[in-house]
Unconditional design. Structure first.
Lengths: 121, 121
DNA sequence: TTGACATAATACCTTTTGGTACTGTAATTT
DNA sequence: AAATTACAGTACCAAAAGGTATTATGTCAA
């Protein structure tokens, strides 16, 4: 079982919570990169990028492979899959609710009335 | 298009980055609740819960409806859907990679070997 | 060795989180 | 109507975590 209890998701959600790190994921989705190459796409120092990469690695969102004296960062599917699995629990939910909402809107349009609820004191 | 550019995702990812807030989402997936009811499931004060609910609302993960002197919190599908959409970009990715892994495993099973896949990546 | 790249430790600042206390508002009671 | 009770929201404060830059140290190749 590679999937995680929702407790194990914390490092992954934490990693995804930063926009720079999400950008890095998009970068790595197109091409594996060394830390130096990743740096070229951002205005921050290498040290900052390195910390982001470490956090991404802790979230199982990337893996790093040593290649000579360079360390190549790859996108790792497992972290993303774990989050996807966690969210799939809610799929039933928003599928159902959005469907109902849309039905209600369409019914309102047909009926033509959306007046606010009256309030007496 | 109601969905957001990935910039708008920040409040949602931020909201999901806290384990208490994820717990609240699971709670609300089973039943709409007032803030007081949510509090009963946690050890923190109502003020703290209220802040979590505000952040969840900013992430379009819940909606709040006033009902007399109570405010009922509901699960909101839209934020979850936005994250789901963002992640679907990577689907091709880990579907491809995990798919390859799974094929390898199945091939091993058919061949009569259940031994772990070679370290691969 | 030097030069180039990677990692580690530290410091500074911002954001986040949770607490207490106070305020606001709606329903209830007298 | 006025006072009381119940539920919710806001303001301020302290503690903790997060992000970045700087500086120093380590590693590898020429």
């Amino acid at each position: 079982m590679d999937t995680a209890n929702h407790n194990d998701l914390q490092p992954t959600f934490r990693a995804l919570a930063d926009p720079t790190r999400r950008e890095i994921l998009l970068l790595l989705s197109q091409q594996d990169m060394s830390i130096g190459e990743v740096c070229e796409h951002f205005e921050v120092t290498r040290a900052a990028v390195k910390k982001h990469l470490t956090i991404l690695e802790e979230g199982s969102l990337i893996t790093v492979r040593t290649h000579g004296r360079e360390r190549i960062n790859h996108l790792a599917p497992s972290g993303l899959k774990q989050v996807s699995d966690w969210m799939s629990y809610f799929d039933q939910f928003w599928t159902e609710r959005l469907g109902r909402l849309q039905q209600a809107i369409e019914r309102n349009n047909v009926a033509g009335k959306s007046k606010k609820n009256t309030k007496g004191s």
